[in-house]
Ligand binder design. Structure first.
Ligand SMILES: *Cc1c(COP(=O)(O)O)cnc(C)c1O
Length: 496
């Protein structure tokens, strides 16, 4: 039997890749994981001559095993086209001694576009393959960037509807404006009174409500997820790590086989988990550096083996990482337990009951590839300011958390291996913070004036994603309590 997918929490429930994409979350509340991590079957020297699309195909064909070559290639062609503002799709940029993998050249200028440009195509293809005729209702909780990227991806996609919940007071002004102005007859956006964890919890609750799902099915709807719990988000993300390594070998930065570190600004642990998968596939990865903001639950986890969400929640200048329950960590836990669903289920039960779990020593030993640290708000602003001062290159606050943690990593370990900092958003998404970092304050400027200021000091063109917002009308005004998420959804679908 080739590669298939199974739940992190129980054995027996085996599904194909396309079924896992359609379902999102496994029925037992676990996450789908591949039955093994496949090895790359093309050489780095071949990969280094490929376009992004070609390399992405070589990676994804190994995981999405029940998609035909034509199906997968067609999905990839539709996803990575001129929606991206550069044909390289994910350019590697050298700035003084640092190297950035810019993942923000898609339509909504955050790295979420890398997977969410593709997911709708995978999902509609998967629906056809599995004879699904129900309308697919994509449900997403967002800390700011997933929501907009998913809305753009699914906007007016045949046979789908999409509903997004975001923390009303927990996203940047541009992030909020991007979402509430979303067009499309199949889109719905609601703010919730709560933080991202509350939104994610509410969404997971809707998924695991059997009675509700039955009611939806009777009305011709079927839920799916656009969050990084869906393997259709995770697998496309593996591709850019493989691609980045190939680019570094092509331009002579490293010789084939030389280890490269990746620094990943982390929230829900999806992006860095994709890097971990790339390593398992055979990409020569040295260390994976997990960078957190003040919500440093992962820093503590990697340094102590204790995951404890019982702590203060901070609203920071890197809102897409303001998360205390990192969903995708469950997949890593599963892998380091030796793919043991019982152990994983036990730890996750502890997390849901007491907000905490402790992994045993034998599992901790498997975490050597990771290094974890965090940046304070001051350190985040400082790294934006310093890099700008040295080079004129402007990074967003999430990437700045990564840079700050990278500096700490080098001073703690002395490691001089080539390192790629994963750049997760355009600075234009967080103009206020970036101007404050560089100028010291925002001088009472309005959001639009801040955008103009950033344009002039960075020398960058304002992305279409931002300029279009200046005149876009607000279309979504719903705000609700977390307890009402289900009702809001059901009402919008018109079934109660
Ligand atoms: C989502 C996001 C992150 C965190 O990524 P995870 O996969 O959730 O760890 C970091 N930076 C930005 C800009 C994001 O949008």
């Amino acid at each position: 039997m080739g590669l298939y997918y199974k739940s992190t929490r129980s054995s027996g429930h085996e599904v194909t890749a396309s079924q896992a994409v359609l379902e999102g979350l496994a029925g037992d509340g676990g996450l789908y994981v591949p039955s093994y991590i496949p090895k790359l079957d093309v050489s780095m020297s071949d990969l280094s001559e490929m376009t992004y699309q070609q390399a992405a195909y070589e990676v994804m064909k190994l995981f999405l095993t029940d998609f035909t070559e034509d199906e997968l290639k067609s999905c990839i062609e539709k996803a990575y086209d001129d929606k991206f503002d550069t044909p390289e799709i994910a350019p590697v940029v050298y700035v003084n001694d640092a190297c950035f993998l810019e993942l923000y050249h898609g339509k909504t200028i955050a790295f979420k576009d890398m997977a969410l440009s593709l997911l709708p195509h995978l999902m509609t293809t998967a629906a056809k393959k599995n004879g699904v005729t129900d309308e697919i209702v994509v449900l997403a909780a967002t800390s700011g960037d997933t929501g907009k990227a998913a809305l753009e991806g699914f906007c007016d996609a045949d046979g789908t509807r999409i509903i997004v919940f975001y923390p009303k007071d927990g996203v940047s002004p541009v992030q909020e404006r991007q979402m509430v102005t979303q067009k499309g007859s199949n889109t719905f956006v609601a703010g919730i009174r709560g933080n991202f964890d509350d939104a994610q919890y509410g969404v997971k609750k809707i998924f695991s409500d059997a009675k509700l799902n039955e009611t939806l099915n009777r009305s011709g709807f079927r839920l799916s997820s656009a969050n990084s719990i869906n393997i259709g988000r995770l697998i496309p993300q593996v591709a850019y790590y493989v691609y980045a390594y190939a680019v570094l070998t092509a331009d002579g930065t490293v010789s084939d086989g030389e280890p490269v570190n990746f620094v990943v600004p982390t929230g829900n642990f999806g992006n860095i988990l994709a890097a971990y998968y790339a390593k398992q596939m055979g990409v020569p990865v040295g260390r994976l550096i997990c960078a957190s903001n003040m919500n440093n639950v992962l820093t503590d986890f990697f340094n102590t083996g204790i995951y404890d969400r019982n702590r203060r929640f901070y609203t920071t200048s890197s809102p897409s990482m303001d998360i205390l329950v990192s969903s995708n960590l469950e997949r890593l836990i599963y892998h380091i337990s030796g793919d043991d669903p019982e152990k994983t289920a036990y730890l996750m039960k502890s997390l849901s009951e007491s907000g905490k779990y402790v992994i045993p020593g034998d599992m901790r030993k498997q975490l050597g590839v990771f290094f974890a640290d965090y940046a304070t708000e001051d350190e985040t602003l400082q790294s934006i300011r310093e890099l700008y001062g040295q080079s004129g290159y402007v990074i967003d606050p999430h990437t700045a958390v990564g840079l700050s943690v990278y500096r700490k990593y080098v001073s703690k370990t002395g490691d001089s291996a080539k390192t790629v900092i994963v750049s997760t958003a355009s600075p234009f998404k967080f103009c206020g913070t970036v101007i404050k970092a560089i100028r010291g304050d925002t001088g009472g400027l309005s959001e639009f004036e801040l955008e103009d200021e950033l344009k002039s000091l960075s020398g960058m063109a304002e992305p279409e994603a931002v300029s279009a917002l200046r005149t876009a009308p607000v279309r979504h005004t719903t705000v609700c309590d977390c307890d009402d998420m289900e009702q809001v959804m059901v009402k919008w679908l018109g079934i109660m």
